[in-house]
Design a protein. Structure first.
Lengths: 423, 418
């Protein structure tokens, strides 16, 4: 009973000290909140407001074609909300605009664009993109691919009709106007039929889960259900340096020696410190996941038990790693630096720096996946993501919880063995 | 001279702190490796195969299924592997496969009769949502093209029916058989020689006759972005060094020594400036040579080495001046370490070091422009990625110089020596 009281006393004292360190609290709480928000907001805006696009990419358009196809595509591009089209007359001017970062891309229709389509000769639309904006460039190129696909269909059908009529010799004596009128009439009929059919395509693609239920894939929300727990785990492990430095600075100032002389078990001192940092880690997770849910509508899954267990286990393991760092460091400054470096390196390898969906290394195969699964971060973020995005139950993530806990116990035992109260 | 002695002493202390050396020099490289996708290529022999594995169960085995599979192979982005249905579903249930494409029995005959067929992409719950979306888009694209062919043939058939009342010579000229044969001929030719294509290129340089067809590489952007982020993070070191000296009383002792205040400050700021220069040299060397060793496209250092050198010096100066401001404003250790760290990270993120500026500007508007990181990023992007020269980056250089002067003025004005 006394030991518990001692542990809680040390915890309370440590929490008071932590609460005064506003700088570190800012790093532990505000930084992940800001980073999570800055990554989430553009993704959510792009997803929620697709109809009322907020992305507006500056595009320079040079239409050297005077024919119908160039004119029609240029007109269609002007109506696309994602593009802010500026029409220029000179290719070099448009290219220079892109080269200097004044436009995301320049779209150039060659002077013989319509003529070549009419003659059924392959032609090319040039999209000159800004190498410093690969994401925006791929959006513009994607839009252009769709736009030219429509033109290509039109051109192919037109050519087909003309070929058939020419082969039949029906229009041998017809004037150019009569030819055009007959071709246009047939083209209009076919394109009307075709567009009606394309509304209900003959090949459908459905994405479904193992039960056969259609997956209403919202990968943005699933990605964000990775972003927030990843930042939570990454910043929980920033406690490593803080906890280690705190313990060692007490040793450097002689506080630990005095405590060792007091009738308090040494384990209670370590335990009290660990409990304080565990509480801090839990609070970090609550704040970050709370923000994810309330401000960004990110699902938290159906298993609060799994979330609580994961949070506690990750908090324990981070704190135990902090004790281990304290045990192997000579000074508090060294422990602080080592803790910070470990925090970044483990987060990087474990897939807890969620700048894009490709950094989910714990789901990858090969050496990358293996390395990620050697870190507590990899297992922890994977488990959080499974619970939040895939509604995994406690039992389904129990293996990951067990692995993270086992790592924590190993760190703790090594720390106990190596730590010296007297430096 | 005295200032150099102060600086040398600080550099000696810094070099002994291996943790800080690792933080400032190796962490940026770690970030670049993670963000550029280099991690994915580690341990692979030869060029990395980045295509997503797409297991396929072909229950049809007909001509249309073969066309679909050939289309998927040609479309790129996915690597096909054939499975029997039972085996695939078993591996899927065990999470040993992430997803399976099932081509239904009767797919080919259904298409021939213009009946709707459904391709099922069955996903493991743990499959990466982004990869699933990418795979679905590839299948969608190939299926859409195949469907289009069927739909065109059907449209021609309908048109043939509509011509029942037309003169006989027209009916013969545009008969279903003739028009469908013509369409099939065109389908074949459009596969090898599409009528309209999009050619993506990047702006040509002065010595290039044509715009080079290069796909912009997001990995290359990581090099200037993280160089800027970490060079500015080093600003904290100046503040912490001054704060530690004030706390231990050695700053006061230095004040009593025969050394001018300006020399003293210069001596404290100089190590940060030199560290920033070394940081950028290490990062750029890694970008040029290290990324290539990892099998990635190396980062370009641009076409104007003099402008790049000047940019590096300006960014290092700006970071040092910012360090002076932090040292002047911070009143407690917590402010000098934690809060300044927070501020520098936020400035880095807002300034486009991690998140692309176009995405940030979507909801932050002109806000990024108020941090020096924004101008430093633009400066390095313009020189290294866009390949521009000195004359084209005057605005960015002027903005950075402006920030530097402003920071020095604020730092000197607010600095309390006692």
């Amino acid at each position: 009973m006394n030991t518990i009281r001692y542990v809680l006393s040390v915890t309370w004292k440590e929490l008071q000290l932590i609460s005064k360190d506003r700088g570190s609290l800012g790093v532990l709480f505000l930084l992940p909140v800001l980073m999570g928000s800055l990554i989430s907001a553009p993704n959510l805006m792009a997803m929620n407001q697709a109809a009322d696009a907020t992305i507006e990419l500056q595009v320079a358009l040079v239409n050297q074609d005077r024919g119908v196809f160039g004119t029609e595509v240029a007109k269609a591009l002007g109506g696309i909300k994602e593009l802010k089209v500026e029409t220029l007359s000179d290719v070099a001017q448009a290219e220079e605009r892109v080269a200097k970062g004044g436009a995301t891309a320049a779209i150039v229709f060659p002077s013989d664009f319509s003529q070549k389509i009419d003659a059924h000769t392959p032609t090319q639309v040039q999209v000159i993109v800004d190498p410093a904006e690969p994401e925006s460039s791929s959006i513009v190129t994607g839009i252009m691919n769709q736009a030219v696909a429509e033109v290509a269909i039109w051109g192919e059908v037109q050519y087909g009709i003309r070929s058939l009529l020419d082969q039949s010799g029906l229009l041998a004596g017809a004037s150019p106007d009569q030819r055009r009128a007959i071709e246009a009439q047939n083209l209009g009929v076919i394109m009307t039929r075709l567009n009606e059919m394309r509304r209900s395509p003959v090949i459908a693609v459905v994405s479904e889960d193992l039960t056969g239920a259609t997956v209403e894939e919202n990968w943005v929300v699933r990605y964000l259900a990775y972003v927030f727990p990843a930042f939570a785990v990454m910043f929980i492990f920033f406690i490593v340096g803080m906890a280690a430095a705190s313990l060692l600075s007490e040793r450097e100032t002689g506080v630990l020696r005095r405590l060792a002389a007091a009738p308090i078990p040494r384990g209670a001192v370590i335990g009290g410190k660990m409990l304080a940092y565990m509480a801090l880690a839990c609070l970090q997770t609550i704040v970050l996941l709370g923000l994810a849910r309330s401000a960004f509508g990110i699902p938290l899954g159906h298993s609060p038990v799994a979330l609580v267990a994961l949070t506690l286990v990750v908090a324990f393991t981070a704190t135990a790693l902090g004790m281990l760092v304290a045990a192997i460091s000579a000074t508090s400054k060294q422990a602080d630096s080592l803790g910070t470096v470990l925090g970044f390196v483990l987060a990087g390898i474990g897939g807890a720096i969620p700048v894009n969906p490709q950094t989910m290394f714990f789901r990858a195969g090969g050496l990358v996946g293996l390395l990620a699964r050697l870190t507590p971060h990899g297992h922890a973020v994977d488990a959080f993501n499974r619970v939040m995005a895939e509604n995994a139950t406690f039992m389904q993530v129990l293996p990951q919880i067990g692995i993270v806990l086992a790592m924590g116990i190993v760190f703790y035992l090594i720390a106990l063995w190596r730590f010296r109260f007297e430096g | 001279m005295k200032a150099f002695s102060v600086a040398w002493k600080d550099i000696s202390i810094f070099l002994k702190d291996r943790g800080s050396v690792v933080q400032l020099l190796l962490l940026p490289l770690l970030f670049i490796v993670v963000m550029s996708g280099a991690l994915g290529s580690i341990g692979q022999r030869g060029p990395a195969d980045t295509r997503i594995l797409l297991p396929v169960v072909d229950l049809d085995g007909g001509q249309a299924a073969q066309t679909l599979l050939k289309g998927l192979e040609t479309a790129g982005g996915v690597r096909l592997k054939h499975y029997e249905q039972a085996e695939a579903l078993d591996l899927l249930a065990k999470a040993e496969l992430q997803r399976v494409l099932i081509i239904p029995a009767g797919f080919s005959s259904g298409l021939a009769e213009q009946r709707q067929s459904t391709l099922r992409l069955v996903n493991q719950p743990s499959a990466s949502a982004a990869q699933t979306e990418a795979v679905r888009l590839v299948i969608d694209g190939v299926a859409r093209d195949m469907a289009l062919e069927v739909e065109i043939l059907a449209s021609l058939e309908q048109m043939g029916e509509m011509m029942a009342d037309a003169p006989r010579e027209y009916q013969e000229a545009l008969s279903v058989e003739r028009s469908q044969a013509q369409a099939r001929k065109q389908f074949e030719s459009s596969r090898t020689s599409p009528l309209v294509t999009v050619k993506q290129s990047v702006p040509r340089k002065a010595d290039e006759a044509q715009s080079p067809e290069i796909t912009p590489d997001a990995g290359n952007l990581a090099v200037p972005g993280f160089a800027v982020l970490f060079v500015f993070l080093a600003a904290q070191a100046t503040a912490l060094s001054i704060f530690a000296e004030k706390k231990s009383g050695s700053f006061r002792r230095l004040m009593a020594a025969p050394i001018g205040k300006l020399s003293l400050l210069f001596g404290k700021v100089l190590p940060n400036f030199l560290t920033a220069l070394v940081q950028m040299a290490v990062i750029f060397a890694f970008g040029s040579f290290g990324l290539r060793l990892l099998g990635l496209q190396s980062a370009s250092l641009g076409k104007d080495p003099l402008a790049l050198l000047l940019a590096v010096v300006l960014i290092a100066l700006c970071s040092s001046a910012l360090g002076l401001v932090i040292a002047a404003i911070a009143r407690t250790e917590s402010q000098a370490s934690g809060l300044s760290s927070l501020m520098l990270w936020v400035m880095g993120i807002v300034g486009g070091c991690i998140i692309p500026l176009f995405a940030l500007e979507m909801f932050l508007g002109p806000v990024p422009k108020i941090v020096p990181h924004y101008w430093a990023n633009r400066l390095l992007d313009n020189l290294m990625i866009r390949g521009l020269g000195m004359a084209d980056v005057m605005t960015e250089m002027a903005a950075l110089l402006g920030f530097t002067v402003l920071f020095f003025v604020i730092g000197m004005w607010r600095f309390e020596f006692e």
